[in-house]
Design a protein around this ligand. Structure first.
Ligand SMILES: *[C@@H]1O[C@H](CO)[C@@H](O)[C@H](O)[C@H]1NC(C)=O
Ligand SMILES: *[C@@H]1O[C@H](CO)[C@@H](O)[C@H](O)[C@H]1NC(C)=O
Length: 382
């Protein structure tokens, strides 16, 4: 839209005529000033309405179309009961089945590389937690009991969903359960209560439960991180995100040569999808609640001694988090691992931070492949 203020006009008429072809401002009629002002206001109003209403509308229309088109080919949408449907994506064949649970607010695409490189050995499944990715959240179903026990977007509920999803897909355990960040809370919760189903637990950048007891962490999480995610949700809802993606200002996290085009398109779709973004906000918002649930459950029901535990952490600090908070988290993480899983096999990876699952996926696949091989050879010898 082109607009010019009359004051800047030095060459008079010729300039003024230029403003006639401006998109929104109508030619000025000197005879009737009142009518002129009114029509200018009306036109500006129309323009504003256009700016406000059209992008969300176009975004919404595109989302409808993309939601159908972008579902991965091998992806299944399964009815998990309670009127809910979830997206499960399995690749490869064999046992034990590896289940990958994504970090806070992330869709299953984050495991793209890891899944591809472990699938030649065995069956590897990822899924979208309720509300994220292709697992659309439906309205609360009053008849279900779990909703009263575990609040929405908390670990207890997610574990319940995952358990029902695996039953619906008829995927038998024991599983190698792999989680990252919020995914580690889910994987731990699952392993502690359904211990007969989990042979190996792999924690990538586990969240120390006590971190939300720390004021400086709460300040960062609720005062800084959460508002930025809420802004992103707002930007998706207004269609701004879609425009920023088109302009190349906003970019998907997983890119590069080895990444399939549909994975890139899906990330763009999720960035512009307010429903996905809203669930991402919820998962972050209730992370303290999730951490508290896991702390209680693991105290109440210790892990079976048959379950092997390994931990992968990146040794570099997250550059998006202030230095002193990184140090605090690292200290708490060490303490928590020592107390909760003292015999875990701890693999520290130099030169990477928590984004390693898509930035350096090979270090994770390598570890997972060795866990799968060990379990397979043990099963053969039994
Ligand atoms: C609520 O859950 C029950 C039991 O699974 C199901 O029969 C019913 O259709 C659900 N209601 C809605 C509105 O989805
Ligand atoms: C989590 O944080 C929210 C917001 O700060 C607070 O209201 C809630 O009580 C916290 N929950 C737990 C379990 O600490």
């Amino acid at each position: 839209m082109r607009r010019r203020t009359e004051g800047q006009d030095s060459s008079g008429e010729s300039r003024r005529s230029e403003s006639r072809d401006a998109d929104c401002v109508q030619p000025i009629q000197a005879e009737d000033q009142r009518l002129t002002y009114w029509s200018i206001i009306k036109n500006i109003g129309t323009c504003l309405l256009f700016i406000i209403a059209v992008p969300p509308f176009l975004n919404y229309a595109s989302l409808q179309r993309e939601g159908q088109l972008l579902l991965p080919k091998e992806g299944q949408i399964l009815d998990v009961g309670l009127g809910q449907k979830m997206h499960l994506l399995c690749k490869g064949q064999g046992k034990p089945v590896v289940i990958l649970d994504a970090p806070t607010g992330a869709s299953s695409d984050i495991w793209y590389h890891v899944q591809e490189s472990v699938a030649p050995l065995t069956k590897v499944c990822t899924y979208d937690r309720m509300g994220l990715g292709f697992s659309k959240r439906v309205m609360q179903n009053e008849s279900s009991g779990t909703e009263k026990v575990w609040g929405m977007s908390t670990t207890g509920r997610m574990v319940d969903d995952l358990h029902r999803l695996l039953r619906a897909a008829e995927i038998d355990g024991p599983y190698i359960l792999v989680g990252s960040e919020l995914g580690t809370l889910n994987a731990r919760f699952y392993s502690h209560i359904h211990d007969a189903f989990v042979s190996d637990l792999v924690l990538i950048d586990p969240i120390p439960e006590d971190v939300f007891e720390e004021d400086q962490w709460k300040e960062y999480w609720y005062g800084k991180l959460l508002p930025s995610l809420q802004a992103r949700q707002f930007s998706a809802a207004t269609g701004l995100s879609r425009m920023l993606i088109i302009l190349g200002v906003m970019e998907p996290a997983i890119t590069g040569d080895g990444v399939a085009e549909d994975v890139v398109q899906r990330q763009k779709y999720f960035l512009s999808n307010p429903a996905h973004q809203s669930s991402a906000v919820d998962e972050h918002y209730f992370l303290n609640e999730s951490a508290a649930q896991v702390r209680d459950i693991t105290k109440f029901k210790p892990l079976s001694t048959r379950t092997s535990v390994s931990v992968i952490t990146g040794e570099s600090f997250d550059s998006q988090i202030p230095e002193h908070l990184n140090q605090m988290v690292a200290k708490l993480q060490k303490k928590f691992l020592g107390e909760s899983y003292p015999s875990a096999n701890h693999v520290g990876i130099g030169g990477v931070d928590r984004r390693m699952i898509y930035q350096r996926p090979s270090v994770i696949s390598q570890h997972l492949r060795s866990v799968v091989r060990q379990r397979q050879s043990r099963q053969q010898s039994e």
